[in-house]
Ligand binder design. Structure first.
Ligand code: NAD
Length: 473
């Protein structure tokens, strides 16, 4: 039983002013595994004040000094990968293969930002002017529960590389993972106030950070409705925002695709992170002429998938993070049935043999039309929709007929043809015949999937503003 009663402000572990206690669960067992004392708005204000005090000195540190800091952070996080891995399985319920990737990713993302910083030029020229990239100031970093360590480390790394100081508000549901990350980053020995971590509720701590006049920038990953609230709140002080929001990504399978490869890949993309992934390919677009063949293979593949104990290496789909999330997913499965979509795998309730734990049956609907609720709204669970199309033009139209635009996938035997389709899809990333991640490439959404980009040079520059110096030459 974990008892977490400290937050991190100004280089020290302190007792929060907030007095509310929040239960932490093991989602595979539905048991309480810890309690966290939550920060409140007063704690958020203290954290912002600490970050503001640290800013003048930190924003003037050299590139070399920041690289050295990032390298120490990387080494510290890497050294505790196993502890983080344990917490991810226990508190989030990620299957072990996924949890291992996530634990490693928290360190990897620090190394990636360091790589970008090494070659980044903070000064360039435009005509007679010298243009200096200047850190924005105090950054508020607000993160969700579905990849806690990775999001904290990724956003903080970019903020630090740019010369910003930070106040981090992680999800209250990930407090055990956050405790490890906080301890590790403290060990890395960053100057006091450069980063502060205040775990609390979104509508108190998150709202305070979004409104605070001394916060210049918000980098948020989470749901689209909360992203809109943050944008509205931040507008009062014209905060710069990066919003990484929801998705309803199309998986476009062209008529020449080899289904022996396409079906496992589509299911992997749809069910990744137990379906709790913003980039999950949840709308599978298949040619009408081959829909029956596709369905048959899907039935076969899903029947072989294991949903259950995250500690079993054979498990591909773990539990939903919370009861609320489980109920939400069940509700969408019911809506799909009621709207007339055809269940070809899974359905309501838990997978066979599991009486407790927030497990969902890997579920695939076919005969889905793109105007059904299950094709329009982000479910954030292992529930996929197969949508048939007549020709490539219609496939592109359906792919783009969504309020989201985070990621898309195109599968084809002909790479040039797939590329041509990819260029016409409105999404921040389009993956062609692959699920590989490219950390150097920008990541972010079109439309209501967000504003701005993370990763690589684009992600670094999201924490800076260009300043032109004229008359210097
Ligand atoms: P959420 O929007 O409910 O919460 C995200 C964070 O915002 C949490 O820390 C929460 O406490 C905080 N928050 C809540 N209300 C707030 C407010 N009024 N002001 C400020 N902060 C507030 O999202 P979630 O349920 O934690 O995560 C799932 C969502 O995240 C999904 O919609 C998913 O698509 C999205 N997501 C997006 C990406 C991406 O990169 N685009 C990645 C992962 C998850």
């Amino acid at each position: 039983m974990q008892h977490i009663d400290k937050i991190y402000i100004d280089g020290a572990f302190v007792t929060p002013h907030g007095e509310e206690w929040f239960d932490l669960f093991n989602p595979a067992k539905e048991t309480v595994i810890g309690r966290v004392r939550l920060a409140d708005a007063e704690d958020a204000r203290r954290a912002v004040a600490a970050a503001k005090r640290a800013l003048p000195a930190f924003s003037r540190t050299s590139k070399k000094e920041r690289i050295a800091l990032l390298e120490r952070m990387h080494a510290a996080v890497q050294a505790r990968e196993d502890e983080l891995f344990e917490a991810i399985v226990e508190e989030y319920g990620a299957p072990v293969s996924r949890a291992r990737w996530m634990a490693k990713y928290a360190a990897d993302v620090l190394a990636e930002v360091t790589k970008v910083l090494r070659t980044y030029e903070f000064t360039r020229h435009a005509g007679t002017a010298e243009v200096v990239m200047q850190p924005l100031g105090v950054a508020g970093l607000i993160t969700p529960w579905n990849s806690n360590g990775g999001f904290i480390c990724g956003k903080l790394a970019a903020a630090i590389a740019a010369g910003c100081t930070a106040v981090i508000k992680p999800s209250e549901m990930s407090a055990i993972q956050t405790r490890i990350i906080t301890a590790v980053l403290h060990e890395a020995g960053l100057p006091a106030g450069v980063f502060n971590i205040v775990t609390g509720r979104g509508d108190t701590v998150g709202a305070e950070i979004s409104a605070h006049p001394d916060v210049a920038k918000i980098s948020f990953t989470g749901s689209t409705p909360v992203g809109k609230t943050i944008l509205r709140t931040g507008a009062e002080t014209l905060k710069r925002v990066t919003l990484e929001l929801g998705g309803k990504s199309p998986m476009v399978i062209l008529d020449d695709a080899d289904f022996a490869e396409a079906v496992p890949l589509a299911l992997q993309a749809g069910f990744m992170n137990s379906g709790q992934a913003c980039i999950a390919g949840t709308r599978i677009l298949v040619p009408q002429s081959r829909a029956a063949e596709f369905e048959e293979r899907v039935r076969f593949e899903v029947a072989r998938m294991q949903a259950g104990d995250p500690r079993d290496p054979a498990t591909q789909i773990g539990p939903m993070v919370s009861r609320k999330q489980w109920e939400r997913v069940q509700c969408y499965i019911r809506i799909g049935i009621d709207e007339g979509a055809r269940l070809i795998a899974g359905g309501e309730g838990r997978p066979e043999g599991l009486e407790h734990g927030w497990f969902v049956r890997p579920t695939v609907f076919s005969g889905v039309s793109n105007d059904m609720t299950i094709a329009r709204e982000e479910i954030f669970g292992p529930v996929l929709s197969i949508i048939a199309y007549r020709d490539t033009e219609e496939a592109i139209a359906i792919a783009n007929d969504t309020s989201y635009g985070l990621q898309a996938y195109v599968l084809s035997a002909d790479a040039a043809r797939a590329r041509a389709v990819a260029t016409r899809i409105d999404a921040g990333r389009v993956l062609i015949n692959t699920l590989a991640h490219e950390p150097a490439a920008p990541f972010g959404g079109f439309k209501q999937s967000g504003i701005g980009r993370e990763y690589g040079t684009f992600g670094l520059e999201a924490f800076m503003e260009p300043k032109s110096l004229l008359g210097v030459n």
